[in-house]
Write a protein that binds this ligand. Structure first.
Ligand code: COA
Length: 260
């Protein structure tokens, strides 16, 4: 599919989705949000794609936030709808995708940009990256999951400090907080993410999908994550991947997972 605001590229089991509005620091307008939904859906349905990498174009920004020019005149109802729709079609959608998603944070990840990175399964940043939730400086709060995912990732005190001060942290502080898993030089960011992605592609995609579901259950209200884990564990025993994985181990060879 062709997109106005995205570039997608497939190579060796990995689909890279690049948000491509560099003149607006890749800010998320509504069209981009819809296109991202479609691109993630398409990659998730593609059985060749085992990992998705999400990044921003240019050297300056991953995503500098939701597009402020689009919501500056919104009413209470429009504001609520904007957040609810974003959660549904993009942020929760990515978090619950069965294909692993790595955020390659290549510069500013602010507001909706950091929220987008946090909806991904994990994050790697380049050393020029800067992250923050500056919404209260605009008179609003984070509305795409930031008040929930940031405390989950870095703890309540640090999250509230970042939200209340509206200031940015650099890549090394993000690393020390556990907000990103690794920091690389800018030119190394995508190759580094691709190396991690390649390791993931060697493993059972059906088992990985069950692991994502079980880990996500940890933060869902009214859901017992241990029960989800037990069910997912049992389900794996009925897959061709499990037969192949265990047989290959016993035959002392590398598994070739069919992904079923
Ligand atoms: N929404 C809409 N447009 C944005 C944007 C956003 N979130 N972030 C940046 N842009 C646009 C700017 O308006 C500017 O457009 P213009 O050239 O047509 O005027 C362009 O991107 C470049 O940004 P600029 O501010 O000139 O770059 P800078 O290097 O001076 O500053 C930032 C970079 C990231 C510090 C600054 O752009 C910024 O603070 N952006 C808003 C961050 C934010 O509050 N995000 C949360 C939104 S809820």
């Amino acid at each position: 599919m062709n997109y106005n605001n995205l570039i997608t590229n497939y190579n060796n089991g990995i689909t890279t989705i690049t948000i491509n509005r560099p003149k607006k620091l890749n800010a998320l307008n509504q069209e981009t949000i819809k296109e991202l939904h479609n691109a993630f859906k398409e990659a998730n349905l593609d059985t060749n794609t085992k990992v998705i990498i999400l990044t921003g174009s240019g050297e300056k920004a991953f995503v500098a936030g939701a597009d402020i020019s689009e919501f500056a005149n919104f009413s209470v109802e429009e504001g609520e709808h904007l957040a609810a729709n974003g959660h549904k079609i993009l942020f929760d959608y990515i978090e619950n995708l069965s294909t692993p998603v790595i955020a390659a944070v290549n510069g500013f990840a602010l507001g909706g940009g950091l929220e987008l990175a946090m909806a991904c399964h994990f994050r790697v940043a380049s050393n020029n990256a800067k992250m923050g939730l500056p919404e209260v400086s605009l008179g609003v709060i984070p509305g795409y999951g930031g008040t929930q995912r940031l405390p989950q990732l870095i703890g309540k005190g640090r999250a509230l400090e970042m939200i209340m001060t509206a200031t940015m942290i650099d890549a090394n502080k993000a690393l020390s907080y556990g907000l990103v898993n690794n920091v690389t030089a800018q030119e190394e960011l995508l190759p580094f993410c691709e190396t991690i992605a390649q390791k993931i592609t060697q493993n059972s995609s059906v088992a990985i999908a069950e692991a994502i579901k079980a880990v996500n259950a940890n933060s869902k209200d009214g859901v017992n994550g241990f029960d989800v884990e037990i069910k997912g564990f049992g389900k794996c025993f009925g897959t061709e991947d499990f037969t192949e994985g265990t047989t290959a181990f016993l035959e002392k060879r590398k598994a070739e997972f069919p992904g079923r």
